[in-house]
Design a protein around this ligand. Sequence first.
Ligand code: NAD
Length: 474
Amino acid sequence: MPTQLYIDGQWRDAANGATLQPINPSTREPLESVAAAGPADVDLAVAAARRAFASWRETTGAERARYLRGFAEQLEARREALIALQMRASGKPQLEAEIDIGDAIATFAYYAELAEGLDARQNAEVALPDAGFRSQTRFEPVGVAGLIVPWNFPLVTSAWKVAPALAAGCTVVLKPSEITPLIELVLGEVADAIGLPAGVLNLVPGLADAGSAITAHKGIDKLSFTGSNAVGRKVMQAASARTLPVGLELGGKSPILVFADTNLDDAVQWIIAGVYWNAGQMCSATSRLLVEESIADNLLARLKVAVEALRVGNPLAGETDMGPMTSEAQFRKVQDYFAVARDEGLTRLTGGEVGEGWCIQPTVYVDVPEDSRLWREEIFGPVLCVRRFADEADALRQANDCDFALAATVVSADLERAQRVAERLEAGHVWLNSPQVVFPQTSWGGGKASGIGRELGPWGLSAFLDIKHITAPR
Ligand code: NAD
């Protein structure tokens, strides 16, 4: 795997020779070190992207689709190596790593189709009420896109930004997270393999200074950020200084609502998948369980047994259901919340222990007060908080009383009710009786503090397109 920056079609060390030291979170052993971009490298990357934009913007959607399919094919050819790397560098169990890589490939393939579709929509005539005029709609790339991503779904989150940006005709400067900088570098290897023109895609893994160099750079035309609310606010401030368009995918504190009519074993599976997938390091983690009072004790008894049966540990050392926290900082943050829980006097049903590497036992707190910090704040770890509800209205009130509005799950055998509740939940994506499946065709993103805009689907492409109308007398 490459370990250098990828700028203007060249592999290079950082201008100041700095490196990042990623760690295998299961063993706490160092992985290959990676060049750490600083502001000087970001300058070079943005300049390369600007030069490349002049001709990349002139390509047809069909031409760009060929490159995007090339990304999908080349990632597919490296699938096994990428799965192994995702397990080693992020601590993901095999199944989770497989799904990540599959999602990234599917995203490139999907945006190849949408790039082709753009050609058919380009310059389409608008029906006007005045026969003396004609007008055409054009979709034009916004320009050079600065993309900044976190560490919890590396490669997937990047694919969700890079694929639509390239499909739209934008050129890209992507900053992977300093925690997981290795896997995104495969995109440079693929760019070389498919002959992507130099400068169309630039990769600058680095620390916060590389991120802020991107957000402040005059050569950037569009910002797309996924990460924490604290940094998201800084990105938005930087964007506002230049009135740049900005997409923000931030945090969540999503609810899962379980009604009394449901099959309890199914409910337990969806609760576990919703909060312990990726060891809870998911913006969409359904970390607030709302359960109908009449089944609460019964459901919690089964949940306890199932949670305690989860195999937690190093995914490379044997079968595991849940791996470690991906970083030491995250490992400590979750333990800080355990201390808050103790201070708040919360009742723990199970968990609260740490294991080998940066592993944390899946944890459940019950009857958590609504003003508890654990009920209201994003923990980003394997911690579930539970409350009971009396009826549908109470469930909705509790679910929507939240600063975030990213995702939700409804579990009920009454599909009419599930649909009704889904329509009233404040969330960008709601699953009914399902684990959290995400297709590139459906949108991703949320309201309130969860961010601005939507990724995936045609909305993901629109985020990188400007609309122009050309109007003239007939
Ligand atoms: P983070 O905000 O600390 O870092 C995200 C990225 O921003 C990293 O690449 C980091 O280097 C960079 N960065 C840091 N300071 C910067 C600055 N001043 N200017 C520009 N860039 C800067 O987030 P994280 O800890 O990597 O990720 C966890 C967070 O991401 C959680 O809050 C989670 O909810 C959120 N997240 C959201 C989604 C979503 O789709 N809504 C998806 C995944 C993760």
